[in-house]
Design a protein around this ligand. Sequence first.
Ligand SMILES: [Zn+2]
Length: 256
Amino acid sequence: MEDKIKKAAELIKDSNYIVAFTGAGISTESGIPDFRSPGGLWERYDPSIYAEISSFLSHPEKYWKMHRELSQMVLNAEPNPAHVALADLEHKYGKLKTVITQNVDFLHSRAGNTNVLEIHGSGQTARCLKCNKEFHYTQIQQMLEEEQYVPRCPHPCYGLIKTNTILFGEQLPWDVLDQAREEILAADLLIIIGSSLLVYPAAALPSLAQQSGTRLIIINMEPTMMDSYANVVLHSKAGKILPKVFEAFESLINDS
Ligand SMILES: [Zn+2]
């Protein structure tokens, strides 16, 4: 493991345009369990009933019931050392240019990363489906606290409000996906953290990186089908291993 940490640190030292791609695994140490894991959100709330766009339109109260639990979890969560290491890599060294994330918990922005591409949409904002007016999540929280079980746009619109997270049955935001693709093509190092790389578009990233000659580090608890594409693979918790890689990188810099 020490050798792999050192190799990852060297890759970071030799790179000037790093892009990170993160999935649920980076947020579990912040107290947000992977929705798909045992005990995760989808075990208690069948996504075909609670998180699917057509059921949202016919029974929005079900979505909002699940959302209450999710938003409490997100608001109680704090960025963990893995989020902080990525923020330092941007602000202290200017090496990290973009974070692409599957997560809707906005922990990367809260840790301080500035260019965050949220490919599954954002939990920070919501919009009226009728007039397109945008709302901040704090406004939505307030509506929920005032016991509006289904938040609606104020008088005279009364349209249904939906968070800007992507529900099942909705298309992923193509403009954001395009930007993500461009960033990966521009990168000299891609660090994939906490994603099992099973579903599109995450599954396509390692080969995209390989095609463009972008070097690849994979950090995930479990082996992934894509491990053989990577220059370094670290099977560990992100919050434990990323700060070690960062430390090793800093000592390389200080030695030279
Ligand atoms: Zn409206």
